[in-house]
Ligand binder design. Structure first.
Ligand SMILES: *[C@@H]1O[C@H](CO)[C@@H](O)[C@H](O)[C@H]1NC(C)=O
Ligand SMILES: *[C@@H]1O[C@H](CO)[C@@H](O)[C@H](O)[C@H]1NC(C)=O
Ligand SMILES: *[C@@H]1O[C@H](CO)[C@@H](O)[C@H](O)[C@H]1NC(C)=O
Ligand SMILES: *[C@@H]1O[C@H](CO)[C@@H](O)[C@H](O)[C@H]1NC(C)=O
Ligand SMILES: *[C@@H]1O[C@H](CO)[C@@H](O)[C@H](O)[C@H]1NC(C)=O
Ligand SMILES: *[C@@H]1O[C@H](CO)[C@@H](O)[C@H](O)[C@H]1NC(C)=O
Ligand SMILES: *[C@@H]1O[C@H](CO)[C@@H](O)[C@H](O)[C@H]1NC(C)=O
Length: 626
C-alpha cells in the first residue's frame, strides 16, 4: 500500500508533465504554504516543536545530520527515509512559523540534495550499480519540495521543477521496466477498492506475511488518502465511497478514542492496551485533512481535529523535547515494562524519549501540526474561503487578485468561541465549518443555517474591516467502546482518567543497544522519561454523574503541560478488581458483571487526554445509584 501511495503522490506531477487530462479539482483548494500562520495555543505548540526535538534534528541527530542523502552514511534502514521524513515535516514547520533558522537548514540540505543528483537524474543516494533504487523515500522529499516551491518560488521553483521533470522521465522508464523501484508485496496486487479486507480479516490475528501492507498501521494511515488521490487522475467517483469505507472501517475496527489507529505496529483491534504509533497519528492527520479538501465530506475534518487535539499531543512530551513511539489508550504508567504487550514493539516503546523503540517517529512526528495548520483555511471556488480545521490562525491571501486577511483569535477547542477580524479589499463568502458534534451554532449571537451536505455555514463579508464571532455549542458526549467501556468527550476533546505521574528523567538511550548516549552528543533538554502511577488506575465510573468544569485562567504554556489545562470533568467512581496482562499493563477491561466496588465511591477527575500523559481513556462503567 505504501508503494501504491508512493506512486500516486507522484501521479499529479507525471500527468502535468504529459499535459493531458486535467486532475479532478479539490473540493476546497489549499492555499500555498506560508499563507497561514498560527496564533494562540497553536503557535505555542508549533514554536515548541521548532525549539524542541523536531526543530533540532539537523543539529544533533545522526540520521538527519549525517544522512546518506547529504553525503553521510547514517541510515536506520535500507529505505533511506530519515532525511526525507525530516524534509516533509520541517518545510511546513518552518514556513508556517516563518522560522529563519529552519529555513536556512532547509536551504543547505536542499542544495546538497540537488548537487548530488546522479547523472541519469536519480534524486537520492542510491546508485544504479548498487541496485537499491526504491522510489518510496522520494515521495516524502517531493512533498517537501513541492511545498517549498509554493512557499518560496523565487528560490526554489526553477531548480526543483527541473530536477523533478528529469526524475519523472527516469521513473517512468523504471516503472515501464517491470515496475523497477517499487517495493513489492503480493498484497499490493489487490485493487484500489480492496478495503473489504477490513470486514473479513480485521479480527484475524494469524495473518500471512503477504498481507502486511494492509496491516501495518503507518501504511494504513498513509493509505487512507489513497482513493482520494487516485480519483484525481482517474475521474472515477466511486472512489469517493472507497475512501469513505476505508476510513470508516479502519476506525470502526481499529480506531482509538483519541482519533488514531491502534496498531502495534500491526492493526490489532480495539483492546485499550494496544497502542497507536506516533507516525500513524501524524500520517492520519495528513491523510484525513487531504480527504477533506479533496472530497469535502465534513466527517474527515472532524476526524482530523480529533487526532490533532488528542492523539498527537498525548504522544509528545509537553515541551516537544521527546515523544512516545506508542501511546496506549489505557496507559497508567510509561516505563520499561517487565513484558511487552505488543506484537513487535519493545518494552520502552511507550516511554517518552528521543528514539524509543525505532527512529521513524523521531523524524516523522514534526509533520503533524504544520500540516494541520496548512489546511486550516481553504479556498472555496473563486470567491470563498473556509475555516476548515478550527484553530487560532491568520490567513493572508488574495481573492480575485485583491488582498484578504482573516485573523482568528480563539482558545478553541478549549473554548466554544472564535473571534475573527477580517480585512478585505473585496466582498467574499466566508464559510465556517460546523463540527458534527456541535449542539448549535451562533454567528454574532444569531443562529445561522447550516448546509447539511457540506456542514458549512456561510457569512457574506463586505470589503473593508469586519469582525465576527462564532460560537459552537459543546456538551459532554460519551461513545461506547469495546467491553462495556465508554470514552468521554466535550466537543472534540477526549477526557480521560488522569493519573498523577511520578517521573524520572535521564539521558537518551540508543534504540538498538538501549545504551545511554554519551554526554555532549545531545542537547541537554532532550531526555528520556519514565513515569510511574502516583494514583490508582483501576477505576470504574458512573456515566450518569459526568460533570464538566471549565476551570479558570489562561491556557498553560506549553498548552498540553501535564495536568495543567484548566478544564476537567468529574464522575462518581470506585476502584474495581482489574488484573494485569502479562503482569505488565492493564488487561482487557473486566466484564460488566464482574465489576464490584472494592471500597467507597469517590469523585474521579478526567482531564484532556493530550495533557494526561498517564491516562485511562476507555473507562469501565458501573451503576453507583448516583
Ligand atoms: C557526523 O559524522 C561525523 C564524521 O563521522 C562525526 O564527527 C559527527 O559527530 C557526526 N554527527 C552526528 C550528529 O552524528
Ligand atoms: C517482474 O517483477 C516481478 C516482481 O518483482 C517478478 O516476479 C518478475 O519475475 C519480473 N519479471 C521480469 C520479466 O523481470
Ligand atoms: C472505479 O473504481 C471502483 C472502485 O475502486 C472500481 O470498482 C471500478 O472498476 C472503477 N471504474 C472504472 C471505470 O475504472
Ligand atoms: C473484551 O474482553 C474479552 C474477555 O476478557 C477479551 O478477550 C477481549 O479481547 C476484549 N476485547 C477488547 C476489545 O478489549
Ligand atoms: C472563552 O473565551 C471567551 C472570549 O475570549 C472568554 O470571555 C471566556 O471567558 C472563555 N471561556 C472560558 C471557559 O475560558
Ligand atoms: C529495559 O529493560 C531491559 C530488560 O531489563 C533492559 O535490557 C534494557 O536495557 C532496558 N532499557 C532501557 C532503555 O532502560
Ligand atoms: C499503581 O498501580 C498499582 C497497580 O498496577 C497499584 O498497586 C498501586 O497502588 C498504584 N500506585 C499508587 C501510588 O496508587
Amino acid at each position: 500500500m505504501r508503494l501504491l501511495n508512493a506512486i500516486l503522490c507522484l501521479l499529479p506531477i507525471a500527468i502535468k508533465a504529459r499535459d493531458t487530462d486535467e486532475l479532478v479539482p479539490f473540493a476546497y483548494e489549499p492555499l500555498p504554504l506560508g499563507s497561514i500562520t498560527p496564533n494562540g495555543w497553536l503557535r505555542t505548540e508549533l514554536e515548541a516543536s521548532a525549539a524542541g526535538l523536531g526543530g533540532h534534528l539537523y543539529d544533533f541527530y545522526r540520521y538527519v545530520a549525517n544522512s546518506s542523502w547529504i553525503g553521510g552514511d547514517q541510515e536506520y534502514s535500507g529505505l533511506n527515509e530519515a532525511l526525507p521524513y525530516w524534509l516533509n515535516a520541517i518545510v511546513p514547520l518552518s514556513y508556517t512559523l516563518q522560522d529563519d533558522r529552519l529555513k536556512a537548514d532547509i536551504k543547505t540540505v536542499v542544495s546538497k540534495i540537488l548537487d548530488l543528483i546522479q547523472p541519469d537524474g536519480w534524486i537520492g543516494p542510491e546508485t544504479l550499480e548498487a541496485g537499491n533504487r526504491l522510489i518510496w523515500a522520494r515521495t516524502l522529499v517531493f512533498l517537501g519540495f513541492t511545498n517549498l516551491v509554493d512557499a518560496d518560488p523565487e528560490s526554489y521553483e526553477e531548480p526543483i521543477i527541473n530536477a523533478l521533470f528529469r526524475f519523472n522521465e527516469l521513473m517512468n522508464s523504471m516503472l515501464k521496466n517491470n515496475g523497477t523501484g517499487m517495493i513489492y508485496h503480493d498484497g499490493d496486487k489487490a485493487s484500489a477498492g480492496d478495503f473489504t479486507w477490513f470486514r473479513s480479516r480485521s479480527q484475524d490475528m494469524e495473518v500471512a506475511d503477504r498481507e502486511w501492507p494492509f496491516l501495518h498501521g503507518v501504511t494504513v494511515a498513509e493509505a487512507l488518502k489513497y482513493a482520494a488521490v487516485f480519483r484525481r487522475s482517474t475521474h472515477n467517483d466511486s472512489l469517493i465511497t472507497t475512501a469513505k469505507n476505508g476510513v470508516d472501517w479502519t476506525f470502526k475496527y481499529h480506531g482509538s478514542a483519541s482519533g488514531s489507529i491502534l496498531a502495534d505496529e500491526r492493526l490489532a483491534g480495539l483492546n485499550p492496551f494496544y497502542g497507536s504509533e506516533l507516525c500513524t497519528e501524524v500520517e492520519a492527520i495528513y491523510s484525513l485533512a487531504y480527504n477533506y479538501f479533496a472530497i469535502g465530506d465534513p466527517d474527515y475534518a472532524d476526524r482530523t481535529e480529533l487526532a490533532a487535539f488528542n492523539a498527537l499531543p498525548a504522544a509528545m512530551w509537553p515541551d516537544w523535547t521527546s515523544h512516545q513511539y506508542m501511546t496506549e489508550s489505557n496507559q497508567p504508567f510509561s516505563k520499561n515494562l517487565s513484558a511487552s504487550p505488543f506484537w513487535n514493539v519493545n518494552t520502552v516503546g511507550q516511554t517518552f524519549g528521543v528514539e524509543p523503540n525505532y527512529p521513524c517517529c523521531t523524524v516523522n512526528h514534526p509533520q503533524g501540526l504544520p500540516k494541520f495548520t496548512m489546511y486550516s483555511f481553504l479556498k472555496n471556488g473563486n470567491n470563498g474561503l473556509v475555516h476548515a480545521l478550527l484553530s487560532p490562525g491568520k490567513v493572508n491571501t488574495k481573492i480575485n487578485d485583491k488582498e484578504v486577511t482573516i485573523d482568528c483569535q480563539t482558545d478553541y477547542p478549549f473554548n466554544t468561541s472564535l473571534s475573527y477580524t477580517i480585512n478585505s479589499e473585496t466582498p467574499f463568502e466566508f464559510y465556517l465549518r460546523v463540527p458534527q458534534w456541535s449542539t448549535g451554532i451562533k454567528i454574532n449571537q444569531q443562529p445561522s443555517p447550516i448546509n447539511s451536505r457540506t456542514g458549512l455555514t456561510k457569512v457574506r463579508i463586505r470589503s473593508g474591516k469586519t469582525t465576527l464571532n462564532y460560537d459552537i455549542g459543546m456538551d459532554i458526549q460519551t461513545k461506547s467502546r469495546a467491553n462495556d467501556t465508554i470514552a468521554v468527550y466535550r466537543g472534540p476533546i477526549l477526557y480521560s482518567l488522569y493519573i498523577d505521574p511520578i517521573t524520572t528523567s535521564g539521558p537518551p538511550h540508543y534504540y538498538g543497544t538501549q545504551q545511554e548516549w554519551p554526554e555532549g552528543t545531545y542537547p541537554p533538554q532532550m531526555q528520556d522519561h519514565s513515569m510511574a502511577n502516583g494514583t490508582e488506575w483501576n477505576v470504574a465510573i458512573d456515566p450518569s454523574t459526568l460533570t464538566f468544569h471549565s476551570g479558570s485562567g489562561p491556557l498553560p504554556s506549553p498548552t498540553f503541560d501535564d495536568g495543567k489545562l484548566p478544564m476537567y470533568v468529574t464522575a462518581q467512581a470506585c476502584l474495581i478488581d482489574w488484573p494485569l496482562f502479562k503482569g505488565s499493563v492493564p488487561a482487557s477491561p473486566p466484564a460488566k458483571e464482574d465489576r464490584v466496588c472494592l471500597g467507597d465511591s469517590f469523585v474521579a477527575t478526567l482531564r484532556p487526554y493530550g495533557s494526561s500523559k498517564l491516562h485511562m481513556s476507555d473507562l469501565p462503567t458501573i451503576d453507583l445509584g448516583g
